[in-house]
Design a protein around this ligand. Structure first.
Ligand SMILES: [Fe+2]
Length: 188
């Protein structure tokens, strides 16, 4: 079933640059690993700009700062994914992540196109939308890290592990802000 989905997606989003790994289909864990690295590259590329917009839309100064760091973290993630892809002779651009496309559209609709009468409520909505994107990325990073471990790619594991824990830290900071005051203020 997964194979059928992959083929359908390729028809909808033809590769802009050829990936020699995939010319003969997806046969190995390494093929799967690099496919998902490309998917995460696409995900980070798509989520980077919306986080700047969320930062501008936020009112709470600590939240703005956390989102700014989040944006820098996403840029770092793009670099990590691109570096890994190129190291394995694959273009980072071979996939389009429809999942993150949907989450970005959700953030746009629920924050930027919504009318808020209370800035604390808006900040709480920003956190919720950011965390949906962050958790999607965390799931992806965790999986590729596990693939890299199984493939014995120690250098990749280190890079992915560091990036994954930075992403976790950023996510936790937002949870702290939500539970430490923003949700309470939004309820007032
Ligand atoms: Fe995806």
């Amino acid at each position: 079933m997964a194979g059928r989905n992959v083929r359908r997606r390729r028809t909808l989003f033809p590769q802009t640059q050829s990936n020699p790994m995939k010319e003969n289909g997806m046969n190995t864990l390494k093929d799967l690993y690099l496919d998902q690295i490309q998917d995460l590259y696409s995900a980070t590329r798509q989520s980077r700009d919306i986080v700047i917009e969320l930062e501008k839309a936020a009112t709470n100064e600590e939240l703005k700062e956390a989102l700014h760091k989040g944006h820098n973290g996403i840029s770092a993630g793009m670099d990590v994914m691109a570096g890994i892809a190129r190291k394995h002779d694959v273009s980072p651009d071979g996939e389009h992540c429809k999942g993150m496309e949907g989450l970005v559209a959700e953030a746009r609709a629920h924050v930027l196109e919504e009318e808020f009468g209370d800035s604390d409520v808006k900040d709480a909505m920003i956190i919720t939308q950011y965390q949906r994107m962050a958790h999607y990325a965390i799931a992806g990073y965790g999986c590729v890290k596990a693939f890299a471990e199984r493939l014995g790619l120690d250098e990749d594991v280190q890079l992915l592990d560091r990036h994954l824990s930075n992403t976790y830290d950023g996510d936790e900071k937002l949870t702290d802000l939500a539970k430490g005051g923003i949700n309470k203020a939004a309820a007032a």
